[in-house]
Design a protein around this ligand. Sequence first.
Ligand SMILES: Cc1cc2nc3c(=O)[nH]c(=O)nc-3n(C[C@H](O)[C@H](O)[C@H](O)COP(=O)(O)OP(=O)(O)OC[C@H]3O[C@@H](n4cnc5c(N)ncnc54)[C@H](O)[C@@H]3O)c2cc1C
Length: 412
Amino acid sequence: MDFTPSRARGLARLAEFLPAAGRHYAETRNADDGPAAEGARGNVSQLSPWLHAGLIGAPEVLEAVLGQHSPRAAEKFIAEVFWRLYFKGYLEQRPQIWDDYCKGRDHGLAALEANAGLRKAYAEAVEGRTGIAAFDVWVQELVETGYLHNHARMWFASIWIFTLKLDWRLGADLFLRHLIDADAASNTLSWRWVAGLHTKGKHYLARPENIARYTAGREGGPLAAEGLAEDAEPLNEPQEYARRLLDLPPPTSPEDFAEPFALLLHDEAAHHAPLALPQAPALVIGAGRAAARSPGALGTHAAAFAQGALAGGMAEAAAAFGCSAVEWSAGEPLAPLLEAAGVSRIAVPYLPAGWTRDALAPEIAALASGGRVITLLGDLDRATWPHAKAGFFGVAKQIDALLATCGISGAR
Ligand SMILES: Cc1cc2nc3c(=O)[nH]c(=O)nc-3n(C[C@H](O)[C@H](O)[C@H](O)COP(=O)(O)OP(=O)(O)OC[C@H]3O[C@@H](n4cnc5c(N)ncnc54)[C@H](O)[C@@H]3O)c2cc1C
């Protein structure tokens, strides 16, 4: 699979996948045929890296899919895209989950330092030496490709938590360091879902028969997974995460862009096209903070995708708008970059809960308090997030209405 971190490649992958996005996807999506399979995993889109980086947007993916398939035929694929929106909206209303994940991860890393037995078990897992053949193959695949099939992610997380009995936050951290689509909301909440913390008391136990069945198409045949925990209890935690009311920015108006402004591109909004700006900015500022996702080192693929997405996005925006592009490095103040270009306002694509917000928000907040920030939030996010109050069903039952509200019909 060609995971070039450019908008052009994301759109090309979307076009390649489109014919399969209807019933074929619904019927075959659970199979993990491995990276070497013929057709290189044509049963799933593998669009998540471009979606996470904002090189392509969920609305244009949905629009393209509905242009080729009826809403009924594409129901399953559309629902999966809404899972991503749901998780974003859910974390937005419970940002404490992310903060506690970070604290728990740091605590887990410190526990490894203090306990040789734990350290050995962790090293065996991350180096693919557990003796559980399937798990060891996935660790290698994660590190060598930066991508795992959804089913493999579920099995992996389940074995990590219930069979290897390792801290779920250390597994989530391993994913964040290596996945090229690493996303604070989808990753943290999916690990919590497997553990039985998202839907309280309902966990996901990986079964060898299920793994063998859905990995039968892999080169070398089905993956073996012996010795898995069969009757582990779901995890539990003392915290109750109360929902916080969403505090979304108002929709922008043409007057917001009347004066010259700068456009900020960041790790979750690396391209200008999905942002559909009404006016050209006078300056493009790129802020890459991928390293903030973990205290550990990033995998080669994850680092290269993030870096390439932003560098390409900055260059393409500068060319499209006929302006210059500058980097805003970590630790550097933002205001002098604006002053040097003679602009006072900056358009900032919404910073969702996660490491990008943690890394950028303090400097942005200082400008926002002076009324100098125009926050950009897409219509689909704005419309969907308020429904992500509890379970996915709250969003699922609104999908048709949300598509209609946002004018996504496949007619364009
Ligand atoms: C433990 C675990 C960790 C995960 N970590 C991440 C992560 O860091 N980043 C990430 O983007 N996804 C994550 N996922 C969700 C899912 O596995 C990936 O989005 C999906 O595998 C991406 O492959 P795809 O693009 O081929 O998906 P497709 O099956 O083609 O689906 C289309 C799109 O829908 C969205 N989507 C599909 N399944 C899910 C799902 N279960 N949850 C949320 N969105 C979904 C993605 O944006 C995806 O690109 C995780 C799942 C698990 C179980």
